[in-house]
Design a protein around this ligand. Structure first.
Ligand code: F6P
Length: 341
């Protein structure tokens, strides 16, 4: 049996841990051979491969990024893309493919499975917005990075008695903002799921300024104000049609400064949230996902994604994982709101 492995979409800490687990168990227990595909779906589309054996995965467990490289290449947008992938897999003698990615990568995996390719998916994203799994790996690391940054912002904000806005990732789902903001005691958390009222935000900021503390606002990059309240900028689209965001934190800082007369500054954490070594939680989750993925291949259970359910690693249909995004439920936001202001 020859198994292909690829990592697609935005990278995240823990990808290498999955690759290592897949390869180690696949070779040691099942006697399989592996082919690594470079740069997400571009690899199978162009037949661009990399050797993947036990030697290649030695020492990669704590390393961020992905030894295979990643991209947002969308083969469905390429004329004859699916057929080209099928031909390349056949030409390379690849019997099954493990695709490690988020909603876009797994959406392509689902289509390929429908076209007769033996695929198993592994859920990855710092955003934690994939349906049918309790958590994705990468999320815990991103939250810890953001929490540490917010802890640091607290002390400098208090020294200068100014408002500090911390913009974190999350285009459609505010999981990072919610968890990092809650863990670090933010005074306001703004998420894409709930359009914010700038008047209310200013109220929270002003009430905080009355104490010896200074306001810290955590805002997800996809958060937006109630219609008509503030102009926000939109960016260009990627191959999967997602808008490239960034800018809401600075807009908020400008608006808060204008409305309160107090200094406000913005820190955008950006790709720092995706880089570097994974936390212990993410290393273990990614490793367990990898082990389950190669077991699914061994069982011939294709069209599935491995997932976390409670503390168990289970297999769910790829369609359940990609049908809709897992966003922050109202009641989770309400828990955080108790601490606003
Ligand atoms: O999906 C992961 C993610 O990090 C999002 O949180 C973010 O909006 C996006 O990727 C950024 O993508 P890129 O690195 O391609 O700009």
């Amino acid at each position: 049996m020859r198994v292909g492995v690829l990592t697609g979409g935005g990278d995240c800490p823990g990808l290498n841990a999955v690759i290592r687990a897949v390869v180690r168990k696949g070779i040691q227990v099942y006697g399989y051979e592996f082919v690594g595909f470079r740069a997400g779906w571009r690899g199978p589309l162009e037949g661009d491969t990399i050797a993947l054996d036990v030697q290649a995965v030695r020492g990669i467990l704590p390393r961020g990024g992905t030894i295979l490289g990643s991209s947002r290449t969308n083969p469905i947008k390429v004329e004859g893309g699916i057929e080209r992938i099928k031909d390349n897999l056949a030409g390379l003698g690849v019997d099954a493919l493990i695709a490690i990615g988020g909603e876009d990568t797994l959406g392509v995996a689902k289509q390929l499975h429908g076209a007769g390719v033996n695929v198993v998916g592994v859920p990855k994203t710092i955003d934690n917005d994939l349906n049918a799994t309790d958590y994705t790996f990468g999320f815990d690391t991103a939250v810890n990075i953001a929490m540490e940054a917010i802890d640091r912002l607290h002390t400098t904000a208090e020294s200068h008695h100014r408002a500090l806005i911390c913009e974190v990732m999350g285009r459609h789902a505010g999981w990072i903002a919610l968890h990092a903001g809650m863990a670090a005691g933010a005074n306001v958390i703004l998420i894409p799921e709930k359009p914010f009222d700038i008047e209310k935000v200013v109220e929270y900021v002003e009430s905080r300024f009355k104490t010896r503390y200074a306001p810290i606002i955590v805002v997800a990059e996809g958060a937006h104000p109630l219609e008509g309240q503030m102009a926000v900028q939109t960016g260009e689209l990627d191959a999967f049609g997602h808008v490239r965001l960034g800018g809401i934190g600075q807009r908020l800082a400008d608006e808060i400064e204008k409305r309160t007369g107090k200094e406000a500054r913005c820190t955008v954490l950006g790709h720092i949230q995706r880089g570097g070594t994974p936390t212990a939680f993410d290393r273990v989750l990614a490793t367990r996902f990898g082990l389950q993925a190669i077991d699914a291949v061994h069982d011939g259970e294709y069209g599935k994604m491995v997932a976390l359910s409670g503390t168990d690693i289970v297999r769910v249909d790829l369609s359940a994982a990609t049908d809709r995004l897992k966003t922050v439920p109202v009641e989770r936001y309400e828990e955080a709101e108790i601490f606003f202001g």
